[in-house]
Design a protein around this ligand. Structure first.
Ligand code: AMP
Ligand code: MG
Length: 504
């Protein structure tokens, strides 16, 4: 793997510290993403020789690069937290052909470790590895994960665990917190340099555009963030720690910690054991992302003409997010572009799911399967306009409800909407393919906590087979596969007792 000095490093010494990782004894491969490897021109299996294993465990450094840890600050749980920084992440360098930055997470202490040990445990590393690649397969913008290496080195958390390193990939790991850092400290020259770097490398259209390019940047990040959180909400993903230092300037899902995909639909669900106030509850994520964007806007003020310019760049979020979410929900419902009444139809369904704590992923998948099956049937027997979901196809969906009559009423409204003629030029509409479209919008397998937990326990015991099997299923989340029915099933009772906190 040919790495060169990263473009980020060229920003200057104010932005980072050069240092080497702390070696990890006797590393071994735990997980490898063939797909992520392909983006770097690496083989689909981990190479048999020792070189890459040692490099990606932080034990050997290529001559062409010097690893760096970057400095940033941020708001954590709604409060200014001051300086943070890469406390356990090291940027190795940049992959020349793809332009991707290659970062080791868990490679030892840095000047930004504060009280931490600079390590990551195997459990959290596997979770980040699996989820990064799962999100990518779902089509949700995210940092990628090339691999996990493990070591017997002990790491103390609530109990003693073992160390691991995740190799992460992204065009950039710059966070809102990088901007906040220089702005808060009054270092406006560095703030401008950072913003110019991001614009020139990732948002070049705002260099040429009329008006203040930094306002253009803020507006663009606002749009990307609105799209991102809409995708999270639609798939039932809770990030868990939406602090401004975990917000990507590129609109990527970043820093997988206590994240969770919802099992039963509960808008108030809080997946982070440390989040006692429920600040980062599932349903609050859209508002929190807006709050975080506001912090970014504040940080950019020294580069803007006036504060009104920041407000003008942020304001569209209030319309962009609901519109993006409705588009995603319409896709889940097999509907064409949103129309009047769709928001109410969606909201009524979500209230129904919330009231019964219906399993979110299974509901959508069964609805899709039933629609596809009923379309196939109608194709043979002519369009039958049922008024109730009482044919056998719908039984698996009705079975999810204690009070199926409420679902029946909603179903009749939805089916009526499905049969409306499509808008001219719309990509979807009233045809016999809604079910097939739904099957590509509603995943069959998501990384539920208990699935990760089973894979982790086996990997901790030295058996990677459950991890590999889960990884394969997550890589094609929309495919119907008979060999992984258990991975698409309801969570077991013990899943509710899994407790995941920030410390990992
Ligand atoms: P997080 O909540 O994972 O986003 O981390 C918040 C801050 O704490 C970041 O600056 C991390 O680099 C740092 N951090 C988290 N865990 C550790 C650790 N084990 N050692 C050093 N720094 C850490
Ligand atoms: Mg973080």
């Amino acid at each position: 793997m040919q790495l060169q000095v990263s473009r980020f490093e060229s920003l200057g010494d104010e932005f980072h510290t050069r240092l080497h990782p702390t070696p990890l004894p006797t590393p071994h491969w735990v997980g490898w993403s063939g797909e992520a490897a392909a983006t770097l021109g690496l083989p689909t299996e981990p190479p048999p020789d020792d070189e890459l294993l040692q490099r990606l465990s932080g034990n050997r450094i290529a001559d062409s690069v010097t690893p760096i840890a970057s400095v940033y600050s941020g708001h954590q749980f709604g409060h200014w937290a001051g300086q943070l920084g890469d406390g356990r992440a090291l940027l190795l360098g940049e992959h020349a052909a793809s332009g991707l930055e290659v970062q080791l997470k868990g490679a030892g202490r840095t000047p930004y470790s504060r009280g931490g040990d600079g390590r990551a445990v195997l459990r959290s590393s596997i979770r980040e590895f699996l989820c990064s690649e799962a999100m990518h397969a779902l089509g949700i913008p995210t940092t990628r994960a090339l691999c996990v290496t493990g070591s017997p080195a002990p790491v103390r958390r609530e109990e003693v665990e073992t160390a691991a390193v995740v190799t992460r990939l992204a065009p950039s790991f710059i966070r809102f917190g990088h901007f906040e850092h220089f702005s808060h400290n009054g270092r406006h020259a560095e703030l401008r340099r950072l913003a110019d770097f991001v614009i020139d490398n990732f948002y070049p259209e705002y260099r040429q555009a009329d008006g203040n390019p930094y306002a253009g940047l803020l507006a663009a990040v606002t749009r990307r963030s609105a799209e991102l959180v809409a995708q999270w909400q639609a798939v039932g993903f809770c990030h868990g720690v939406l602090n401004t230092d975990n917000m990507s300037i590129l609109g990527l899902t970043l820093d997988y910690g206590p994240f969770q995909f919802l099992d039963g639909f509960d808008p108030g669900h809080v997946c982070n054991h440390s989040d006692s106030s429920g600040r980062y509850a599932y349903a609050r994520q859209p508002n929190i992302v807006y709050w975080n964007l506001f912090c970014l806007g504040q940080a950019l003020l020294p580069l803007l003409d006036d504060s009104q310019q920041a407000l003008d760049a942020l304001e569209p979020y209030k319309a962009l997010f609901p519109a993006a979410l409705q588009r995603r929900m319409n896709a889940k419902l097999g509907l064409d572009d949103p129309r009047t009444g769709d928001a109410e139809l969606t909201e009524d369904l979500l209230q129904l799911l919330a009231r019964e704590r219906t399993d979110y992923t299974i509901f959508w998948r069964r609805l899709s399967l039933a629609q596809a099956a009923s379309e196939a049937d109608a194709g043979q027997a002519g369009q039958g306009a049922a008024v109730r979901p009482l044919t056998p196809h719908w039984q698996p969906v009705r079975d999810l409800f204690l009070q199926p009559e409420a679902f029946d009423d909603w179903w009749a409204r939805w089916r009526q909407r499905l049969q409306l003629p499509a808008d001219a030029g719309a990509s979807a509409g009233s045809d016999s393919q809604a079910g097939q479209r739904m099957l590509r919008a509603n995943p069959r397998v998501v990384l539920r906590n208990h699935l990760g937990e089973v894979a982790i326990r086996q990997a901790q015991a030295g058996d990677p087979s459950a991890l590999q099997r889960l990884q394969a299923a997550l890589a094609s989340p929309y495919d119907e596969r008979s060999d992984s029915a258990d991975l698409a099933d309801f969570p077991p009772d013990w899943a509710a007792a899994i407790s995941i906190s920030c410390s990992s």
